[in-house]
Design a binder for this molecule. Sequence first.
Ligand code: MSP
Length: 522
Amino acid sequence: MSQNKKFYVTTPIYYVNASPHIGHTYTTVAADILARYHRMLGEEVFFATGTDEHGAKIEEKAGEMGENPQNFVDKVAAQFQMTWKELNISHNRFIRTTEEKHKTAVQGALQQMYDKGDIYLGEYEGLYCQGCEQYKGESDLVEGRCPDHDKEPDKISEETYLFRMSKYSNTLKEKIEKDELKIRPLDKKKEILSFYQEGGLRDISFSRKNVSWGIPLPWDGSHTAYVWADAFLNYLTILDWSGDTEKKPHFWPAQLQLMSKDILRVHATIWPAMLLSLEQEVPQEFFVHGFFVIDGQKMSKSLGNVISPQELRDRYGVDGTRYLLSQATVFGYDGDIGWEKFDERFDAYLANGLGNLVARVLSLTEKNFDGKIPDADPEKVGELQMKSEEGDLGSFKNVSRNFVESYQKKLQKKSLDGAIEDINYLIGACDKHISALKLWAMVRQEPEEAALHIYSLLEMIRIIAWLSWPFMPDTAENILSKQGFASSQEARNSFREGVCWGRLKPGQKVIKGDPLFPRLSK
Ligand code: MSP
């Protein structure tokens, strides 16, 4: 991987009408894992997240809470910032759409679109769902109601400025077809293309006359900008873009914009059309993950089944939460989650899996080899066969190389759960090897032979720590420090060398220390 390769990844900016929940956390943790992975590859990474703070929905919520909108959004935005800090999210910047710099840049951008005739005054009549902050067609409704918010949309008829989106319909359709704007998973690309085929893009209302909590249009202060127009521009303003079409921010276009299916349509229509109008490139990829359903039911306040990131962290710790979310469903598809499943997986994969393997091998090393990494030729012991009841799995070196390769391919495809499966395979293979050899007896009966296996297992654990690092940075650092490596969150930017077989230094002191993940049942 070249040093200069860029990786700009974004999450949606979240509405501040409610506190962060597990859905927001899922997207943000996923973006963090990918950002950390690309940093490990030595790439130049920018990871952006933030909050979407304007619009009628937020204004109404502030009113319900008896607060002025600014005070209200300040409080909720602070909750998002705190939550991400507590979950070890490594974003480069957190943007709020109420920041002065963002507001000025949005005004600059809209003015240019207006000046070139892409925004014009007209009338708009349609159905508007305030929950989505979107206009709806009859075909978007189920029995006349918005399926996401279970509400009848409002009928709106007002003077508005319209965005001449229709002008960009054919160009965008082509870009999506050719994967110049890649939409994944593929079924989502098909869905969007059929939307383009059915009627293409129509001009869209881009301002509101009766919503005061927004950014005033610079040429007509009696209108505020449509909240999505304001929000989309965050992906550029977070890069210090001033709203000038001539300026091309260093990190733009984004390599990856993550979101869930609820907001793909707007992202794949309005946003790239705005970019074309602003003479900017379209993003390289939208990756759309699924929605969580909790024990078979939609997550909702009224059902009382909303899971908060704080609850997850209290029960599973920071890394446990990050791990369980990444493993929760096939990334890109809906999935059913729940406390029982999380508990089972925590015990199975973290306490009994990774935690137990590390404790077992370090304990054997402490008790039988004076707590030091045994003397061995890494190349030679790399050729030892990994044993299992089903037969040999291949040499340590080959198994590790194959799974590192597979892990990389999966993360390239954003298969977070797939990469975790590879890590779990390696953990399982080490466990099987220990059992097949009866290593606990071998250390006494054939200590010289056992020393070679201990070296290989410790080396495999070191590689597992590197692979786990984007998912569970603290745990990975902890494992590496138990093996005598200095803790260095910053220096984990040499993935290739890090996962190369044979880096453990014989004679280095190891410390078993506390368990990584105490079992929940205790
Ligand atoms: N403010 C807009 C986005 C503007 S981006 C320019 C918005 N905000 S939101 O708070 O509603 O966030 C929606 C996003 O939160 C989803 O696309 C997804 O990333 C995440 N999730 C919210 N609920 C979710 C689930 N139940 N399951 C998985 N993720 C979901 O839309």
